[in-house]
Design a protein around this ligand. Structure first.
Ligand code: SAM
Ligand code: SF4
Length: 492
C-alpha cells in the first residue's frame, strides 16, 4: 500500500483510493497533497516576535514558493510564522484561481475563519495570490471578514498594508508589475525537508492558453536576475540542500539580459550555471511548454549527470483541433515529434503531462486522440483535470462550455484509468534497474525505510541498511519491486 505522497502517477491530485479519485473527479481535490496546509519553519519557534502570522497555501508550486517570499518580507518586519491558527494575529490565505473548485475551497475556508476572528479581537485576515488578483476589491464586498486583498506582485507592500488594516481600514493592492521578481528576497523555507527546494526563476505568463486564468492573475512574463538565482541556489547548497527545482510557468522561455556584463542568459545557460555549482546538487525544472523546449536544453540535460532526466511536458489535449481552440500553438504531430526528440537525446528521460478532459466542443474522437497521445508518450505520470470555465479567459469569452459534466467526468475517468496502467507499466520496466537515489527522509509508512527519488522523479522506498545514512545523501539502489505508484528497492 502506498499513500498519496508515494504515488508518482497521482502526486498532484493525491488520490490513492477510489473515493479519493472520485473526489478528484468531482473537483474536490484540485491539486497536490500540500493543498491548504499551513507551514512555518519551526513547530515551536523560540524567537520573540511582535506579531505572529499564519499562512495557508493553495494551488501550484509557484504559490507555495510565493508564500516563502511573503514569510521573508514579514519576518524582516518582526512578524514570525506560526503553524498554530489560534495564536495568529494575522491569517493569510494564498489562493488559486485555476479551477472553480479551487476558489470554492478558499471561500469555504474563509467561513471557518469567521469564528476565530470573533473570538480574537484585532486579528486580521488577508487574501493573497491569484484569487485576490482576479476579484480585487470585490472580494471585500463578498467576504466581509477579509481585511487585506493583495495580488502576487504586491507582496513588498504587505507590511504597509497590514499597518493600514490595523487602523480599521480595508487594505488592497492588486497592482501587477512588469518587472517585479522578488529577486533580492531570500525566501524563508516554510516546509522544508532540508534536502530539496523550489527556486522561482520567472513570474507571469505571456502564452494566453484560452482556458487559463494565469496570464490575468499573474501578469506578464518576466525573468529573474540570473545572478540572484545562482546566489540562492549556492546558499541552498551550502545549507545542505541537494536538489533545486527551477520554477516558472514556462521555464524554457527564460531570458535575462545582464546589463552589467552585457550577456544574455537563456534557460539552457541558466541550467548549466546552476548545475555547475556542484555535481552533488541536483537540478530539476518545471514547467516546459512543448513549443519552447529546445534541443539546446535537451543537450545540456544530457551533458550533466546532476540535471535530472525528467520533463513535465503538458499536452492538455491530443487533438490538433482542440489544441488550436486552446491556443496551445502546437499540433498533435509537433507534440509527438517533441516526445520523439526527447527520447532520442535522453533515452532514459521520465515524461509527465497535464491533461484537460472535456474542453469546449471536444468530441469523442478528440478524446480518443488524447488517449492515443498518452499511449504513445508513455507518460510516467499526469496531472488530470476536467475543464472548468474561468471568467475573463479567451475560452469563456469565445466558446461555449458545452460538454456535459457527466461526459467530462467519464472522459476524465478514462484518462485516469489509462494513466494508472501507463504508470504501472513504466514502473515495471524499471524492475532490476540500478539507480541513484537522493534520500529525502523516512518513508511515510515506516521509519525503517527511506524514501527518495531517482533522476526520473520516481519515488522509491527501500529498507535502511545497517550502515549509517542520512537524508540528503545519495545511495545506489536496485529496483526490486513496484506498485503503480512507487518503486521498491534495496541499497547496493
Ligand atoms: N504553465 C503550465 C503549462 O502551460 O503547462 C501550467 C500551469 S497551470 C497552473 C497547471 C495546469 O492546470 C494546466 O497545465 C492545465 O492542465 C490545468 N488548467 C489550467 N486551466 C484550467 C481550466 N480552466 N480547467 C481545467 N484545468 C485547467
Ligand atoms: Fe496558463 Fe498556458 Fe501560461 Fe501555462 S502556458 S500558465 S496553461 S497560459
Amino acid at each position: 500500500m502506498t499513500d498519496c505522497h508515494d504515488l508518482p502517477g497521482f502526486r498532484y491530485i493525491c488520490s490513492s483510493k477510489f473515493a479519493r479519485l472520485m473526489e478528484l473527479m468531482t473537483g474536490k481535490i484540485q491539486d497536490e497533497k500540500r493543498q491548504g496546509e499551513a507551514y512555518a519553519p519551526f513547530a515551536q519557534d523560540p524567537n520573540q516576535y511582535k506579531k505572529r502570522f499564519y499562512i495557508e497555501s493553495y494551488g501550484c508550486q509557484m504559490n507555495f514558493a510565493d508564500s516563502e517570499v511573503v514569510a521573508s518580507i514579514l519576518n524582516q518586519e518582526g512578524f514570525g510564522a506560526t503553524r498554530n491558527l489560534e495564536e495568529a494575529d494575522l491569517i493569510f490565505i494564498n489562493t488559486c484561481s485555476i479551477r472553480e473548485k479551487a476558489e470554492q475551497t478558499v471561500r469555504k475556508r474563509l467561513t471557518e475563519f469567521k469564528k476565530l476572528k470573533k473570538a480574537r479581537k484585532g486579528m486580521l485576515v488577508g487574501v493573497l495570490g491569484c484569487m485576490a488578483e482576479r476579484l480585487k476589491a470585490q472580494f471585500l464586498e463578498e467576504e466581509k471578514l477579509v481585511d487585506l486583498v493583495v495580488g502576487p506582485d504586491a507582496y513588498r507592500s504587505l507590511p504597509a498594508l497590514v499597518a493600514e488594516a490595523e487602523t480599521g481600514q480595508k487594505a488592497v493592492n492588486v497592482l501587477l508589475s512588469r518587472d517585479e521578481t522578488y529577486a533580492d528576497i531570500s525566501p524563508v523555507r516554510l516546509d522544508s525537508n532540508g534536502v530539496s527546494a523550489f527556486v522561482s526563476i520567472m513570474r507571469g505568463c505571456n502564452n494566453m492558453c484560452s482556458f487559463c486564468v494565469v496570464p490575468f492573475t499573474r501578469g506578464r512574463e518576466r525573468s529573474r536576475d540570473a545572478a540572484s538565482i545562482l546566489q540562492e541556489c549556492r546558499d541552498l547548497f551550502e545549507k545542505g540542500y541537494r536538489e533545486v527545482t527551477l520554477l516558472g510557468q514556462n521555464v524554457d522561455s527564460y531570458y535575462f539580459a545582464d546589463e552589467v556584463s552585457g550577456q544574455t542568459i537563456t534557460f539552457a545557460g541558466l541550467m548549466k550555471s546552476v548545475a555547475d555549482i556542484s555535481p552533488l546538487l541536483r537540478v530539476r525544472f518545471s514547467t516546459s511548454h512543448p513549443k519552447d523546449i529546445t534541443d539546446e536544453v535537451l543537450k545540456v540535460m544530457a551533458a550533466y549527470d546532476n540535471i535530472c532526466k525528467y520533463i513535465h511536458l503538458p499536452v492538455q489535449s491530443g487533438s490538433t483541433r482542440v489544441l488550436q481552440l486552446m491556443n496551445r500553438t502546437y499540433t498533435r504531430e509537433w507534440y509527438l515529434a517533441k516526445v520523439d526528440r526527447i527520447r532520442e537525446i535522453l533515452p532514459d528521460c521520465g515524461i509527465s503531462s497535464d491533461i484537460i478532459a472535456g474542453f469546449c466542443t471536444e468530441e469523442e474522437t478528440d478524446h480518443q486522440d488524447t488517449l492515443a497521445v498518452m499511449e504513445y508518450s508513455r507518460y510516467d505520470m499526469s496531472y488530470m483535470f476536467f475543464y472548468s470555465e474561468r471568467p475573463g479567459t479567451l475560452a469563456q469569452r469565445r466558446y461555449t462550455d458545452d460538454i456535459p459534466l457527466e461526459v467530462k467526468k467519464r472522459r476524465l475517468q478514462e484518462i485516469v484509468d489509462l494513466q494508472g496502467r501507463l504508470s504501472l507499466e513504466s514502473n515495471k520496466r524499471d524492475l532490476g534497474k540500478i539507480c541513484t537515489v537522493l534520500i529525502e527522509g523516512d518513508s511515510k509508512r515506516s521509519d525503517q525505510d527511506w524514501m527518495g527519488r531517482n533522476s526520473q522523479n520516481k519515488v522509491i522506498v527501500f529498507p535502511k541498511d545497517n550502515t549509517v545514512r542520512q537524508k540528503g545523501e545519495y545511495v545506489t539502489v536496485e529496483v526490486t519491486g513496484c506498485t503503480q505508484a512507487t518503486l521498491l528497492g534495496r541499497i547496493i
